[in-house]
Design a binder for this molecule. Structure first.
Ligand SMILES: Nc1ncnc2c1ncn2[C@@H]1O[C@H](COP(=O)(O)OP(=O)(O)OP(=O)(O)O)[C@@H](O)[C@H]1O
Ligand SMILES: [Mg+2]
Length: 459
């Protein structure tokens, strides 16, 4: 499990192996992101590189590493190779220290905190979010608060905010452990990794290998009581399924429910912050102070200018970007994409540009992913809004939605879509985010033609 091993140790091992040569920044990005499970095309897109360039950097890297480690290393075996190599080194090290050290000696200096940021993104260019950070700060200072969930639309900045906030409060904790659930491990593996990290840096003698889940969980909760630990779990949505109207744990990840409940309900001095594209509504029923939900929206208008690195000279491109950012709800991920593509569009008309942007593969992938996090009822509502030429009132919208659905569920759904910034409420009427609207309209037309064609083939 690559996330249990600090990527910095991978880098330092590679640095030693390729010395006197060294990694350049792009090579480091490629390694970090391959470690993180990203494809070359996602990396190219995230870091504004040409995909072909990233591929070439990758190819050269694998050659260098194969030569340095005297083994055939490529993109597919890089992670398991490094994991094995480092695990072996760690085991050798532990064996040596057990052999040569007096057992009672502490490996962790008193009051020295230990941070394991694994694949957390850097936050060098962080902008805005003062209000949200203030809210998170006040929640984190409440000793009853044990779990904070930052949820919201895809790409709205959840991971960046959670990481920045964790960096700000790290000094208040003995341990900070950041973990991405992009490829979620079974809970038992996650707990083992947590306990291993904690035991490696403390006096606690934790013999976790042979323990079953319940024992591991209680060992882990005991650690949360003894030390002040800040856990960050990024991408909680990867363990959830959205059914017709409900959210549940994916098959094989049901035990995470027990894990989250234990963190919420037991008395300890630690804090878990999770990010999620899906709001885990099943946890809403716990006492208000124990679990807090921050439903994150896009950036504030005044921060988009800094985010997009706009000078104050109001060129046409800047004006276009600023008017577009409003239609994209200032979603930073969407803004990054349009910033890269805007030169290709000569039109002045914002709606026309949004139409063209919605055809981009990066945008349609992102919107499809967003759709996958919605319940059937959410989708029904946004499909109706997509085909309406005008904003709709709640009553109009409710008339369209399947009548068998309870009104309460309908209202909850509308409310959560507004909080997600997918639908916009203005003067008691509701409209759909423009880019989603044009995307869904096109999708509906395509599907209609497809089913028309399949009917005529059958006839
Ligand atoms: N406050 C911010 N300041 C500067 N950049 C930001 C900020 N928030 C987000 N970004 C940038 O926007 C992009 C998307 O942010 P991030 O990955 O945090 O979103 P997310 O909500 O976690 O996305 P996902 O739903 O895919 O997990 C990243 O490239 C990030 O660097
Ligand atoms: Mg994220």
């Amino acid at each position: 499990m690559n996330k249990a091993i600090n990527f910095e140790s991978v880098l330092s091992l590679i640095d030693q192996a390729i010395s006197p040569r060294y990694l350049n920044p792009t090579q480091e990005i490629v390694l970090r992101e391959v470690w993180n499970g990203k494809t070359y095309s996602k990396m190219a897109y995230d870091y504004n590189y040409d995909p072909e360039y990233i591929k070439t950097v990758g190819c050269n890297l694998w050659q260098t590493l194969s030569h340095a480690f005297d083994e055939h290393i490529n993109k597919s075996n890089f992670v398991p190779f490094m994991r094995q190599k480092i695990t072996k080194l760690l085991e050798d090290k532990t064996e040596q220290s057990q052999r040569y050290q007096v057992p009672s000696l502490s490996t962790k200096a008193k009051n020295k905190k230990f941070c394991n940021w694994t694949t957390a993104p850097h936050t060098k260019h962080f902008v805005g979010r003062e209000e949200e950070i203030g809210t998170l700060k006040s929640w984190s200072q409440d000793l009853e608060c044990r779990f904070i969930v930052v949820s919201g639309m895809i790409g709205c900045g959840k991971t960046t905010l959670a990481t920045k906030f964790a960096e700000k409060i790290e000094n208040q904790f003995d341990y900070v452990i950041w973990f991405s659930l992009l490829q979620p491990p079974p809970l038992i593996t996650l707990l083992n990794s947590y306990l291993k990290t904690i035991s490696q840096h403390s006096e606690a003698q934790i013999e976790q290998k042979s323990l079953g889940l319940s024992f591991l969980l209680s060992e882990f909760i005991a650690c949360l009581k003894q030390q002040r630990i800040l856990l960050i779990l990024d991408g909680l949505q990867y363990i959830f399924n959205v059914n017709r109207t409900n959210i549940s744990y994916k098959q094989g990840f049901e035990e995470y429910g027990q894990f989250l409940r234990s963190i919420i309900t037991t008395d300890h001095q630690s804090l878990l912050i999770a990010t999620s594209c899906i709001k885990p509504r099943m946890l809403e029923y716990y006492a208000g102070n124990q679990v807090k939900f921050l439903e994150l929206k896009g950036l504030k208008v005044q921060n988009t200018r800094t985010f997009l690195k706009l000078e104050n000279n109001s060129s046409i491109k800047e004006k276009k970007l600023l008017s577009l950012s409003a239609t994209l709800q200032s979603n930073p991920q969407l803004l990054k994409i349009i910033h890269n593509h805007l030169d290709g569009f000569s039109e002045e008309n914002t709606e026309q540009i949004v139409q063209d942007l919605s055809l981009l593969e990066e945008i349609s992938n992102l919107l499809e992913q967003e759709l996958s996090y919605l319940s059937d009822l959410d989708k029904e509502i946004i499909y109706w809004l997509s085909i309406s030429c005008f904003p709709m009132s709640l009553e109009e919208l409710n008339k369209h939605v399947e009548q068998s659905r309870p009104k309460l569920k309908f209202l909850q759904s509308v409310n959560s879509l507004v909080k997600r910034s997918l639908i916009i409420k203005r003067d008691a009427t509701y409209s759909l985010m423009l880019i989603m609207k044009v995307y869904l309209r096109r999708k509906l037309v395509k599907q209609a033609i497809k089913s028309e064609n399949s009917i005529s083939i059958r006839n």
